[in-house]
Design a protein around this ligand. Structure first.
Ligand code: ADP
Length: 467
């Protein structure tokens, strides 16, 4: 019983094996008692009444036993049934004793009482053995004063009376057996089919795990199996995505750490080989090293945010913030960075903006990531960065425009995915985390971060925060 198939077989077949014979027996009982026996006993009662009327005209048959016997034999021969006579006290008077005659049975006390008041009595003795199943009728023989002077009993074997009964029994037995065979066959077929389908699902799931496409057979599966299959499919897609994310993370990390580490190592070698003896050169190298370490900081910040933000629920420390003082403060550093790259810088901050309930540090990280990108992806000396802050109905919009390289339509769909870096190969891209983290933070504030861009013209990133 270890295999599912055998369990399915038992569950498909067992109830039928129990139910079908039971149904056959019930059917047999109903047909015999309600149809055949009822008809037979009625017939016997009619005949017994007729014989009782005949006996009432020949009352001697209850005085002279020989006459009684010839009456019983003659009427029995005529009707082809067993006729017996009983006294008014219910005792045997003339009983036909032949090999195949049914067992003699005297009327019971209650039957006798009913007979005394002129009522015909019938009974059926059911038995599994057809030869023993009998039906009989007792009819009272009354004299002119309506007093009981004797009883006529007509008995019949049910199988002799109705040969159809055997046929019916055989028919029911045969059809029960036939139904059983059919049920076992059908149950076996269904159990096999179910277990084969399960096997197919298992193989298909195995195939899916190895990247095989969904087969046509799987498409036709019942919905329950399909649901299991779809769930595994989703799981597999998520696994693949997370595997891709992991690969991108590693590739980006190697790329991002490689550059500053290479520069640091080169500077250290130069110092080891005597560059430290020239104060001006030493100063330049040390500043360069400092700059490289400085470049690693935002990388670490973003990685730390990734750990705390993208992997678990982001906790915000919100406070009402006055944008008119907060925004210029955080823009100072970025303005300097833009100027170093000889980019034009425009700030358009609407005066008297209402305070926004936000986590100022997290939001500074958002603006920082957007501005860092705007500066990074705008070619040196020929562009403009524009920061805009204004009220739009019940929201505050902070927008960052650049006139840089722009983003292709294809990249646009993925730039907010963690570790996704666009195809701007000629620009030194970062970890591909900045936008994912920015969107995460804006979402946590209940706001929206949108991007509009055209390749070669520039990009606009918009942060909407509710008031
Ligand atoms: P990265 O660290 O690579 O800049 P981001 O998540 O900040 O990662 O950005 C994802 C990608 O979106 C970038 O690799 C770049 O291709 C594109 N991108 C983001 N901002 C801009 C922008 N202002 N101009 C052009 N491309 C941008």
């Amino acid at each position: 019983m270890k295999s599912l198939r055998s369990q399915l077989l038992v569950s498909h077949i067992l109830p039928l094996v129990i139910l079908l014979p039971l149904l056959g027996l019930i059917l047999l009982y109903v047909i015999e008692t309600q149809v055949l026996l009822a008809g037979l006993t009625e017939d016997l009662a009619r005949q017994a009444t007729f014989l009782a009327e005949l006996a009432a005209e020949q009352q001697d048959i209850f005085v002279n036993r020989d006459e009684g016997e010839s009456f019983a034999r003659e009427t029995g021969a005529q009707s082809q049934r067993y006729v017996s006579l009983y006294g008014a006290d219910g005792n045997e008077w003339v009983v036909v004793v032949e090999d195949d005659a049914p067992d003699a049975a005297e009327p019971s006390a209650t039957e006798l009482e009913a007979l005394k008041v002129g009522r015909v009595q019938t009974r059926a003795v059911l038995s599994v053995d057809l030869a023993q199943t009998t039906a009989e009728a007792f009819a009272p023989v009354l004299n002119a004063q309506q007093r009981l002077i004797g009883i006529v009993r007509v008995t019949e074997h049910i199988d002799r009376v109705n040969a159809r009964l055997t046929q019916i029994r055989l028919l029911i037995l045969g059809s029960t057996l036939g139904a059983l065979v059919l049920a076992v066959g059908l149950g076996t077929y269904l159990a096999r089919r179910t277990s084969q389908r399960l096997e197919r699902v298992t193989y298909a799931i195995g195939g899916l795990a190895h990247g095989e496409p969904i087969s046509e057979a799987t498409e036709r599966m019942p919905i329950e199996f399909r649901a299991a299959f779809d769930a595994v499919g989703d799981l597999q897609t998520r696994l693949r995505e997370s595997e891709e994310t992991r690969k991108r993370l590693l590739a980006n990390l190697v790329h991002e750490l490689g550059r500053p580490l290479g520069a640091l190592q080169a500077a250290i070698h130069a110092l080891q080989q005597g560059a430290d003896r020239e104060p001006a050169l030493r100063e330049e190298l040390l500043q360069g090293m400092d700059g490289q370490v400085e470049r690693l900081k935002p990388l670490l910040d973003n990685l730390a945010s990734l750990h705390g933000g993208l992997s678990s629920a982001l906790t915000l420390h919100r406070a009402p913030t006055d944008l008119n003082t907060w925004l210029p403060q955080i823009l100072v550093g970025w303005r300097e960075a833009a100027e170093q790259k000889h980019l034009a810088w425009v700030e358009e901050i609407q005066p008297n903006l209402p305070p926004v309930n936000m986590d100022a540090n997290r939001m500074a990280q958002v603006i920082g990531n957007l501005l860092s990108n705007a500066i990074k992806y705008t070619p040196e000396g020929s562009g403009k960065i524009r920061v805009l802050a204004e009220r739009r109905d019940n929201e505050i919009l902070i927008a960052i425009h650049d006139t840089g390289v722009g983003i292709s339509q294809q990249d646009m769909e993925q730039i907010f995915d963690p570790f996704y870096r666009g195809q701007n190969a000629r620009f030194p891209q970062g970890m591909g985390l900045g936008l994912a983290i920015a969107r995460e933070i804006v979402d946590a504030h209940g706001g929206r971060l949108c991007a509009v861009s055209e390749l070669g013209t520039g990009s606009r990133f918009e942060v909407f925060l509710g008031l």
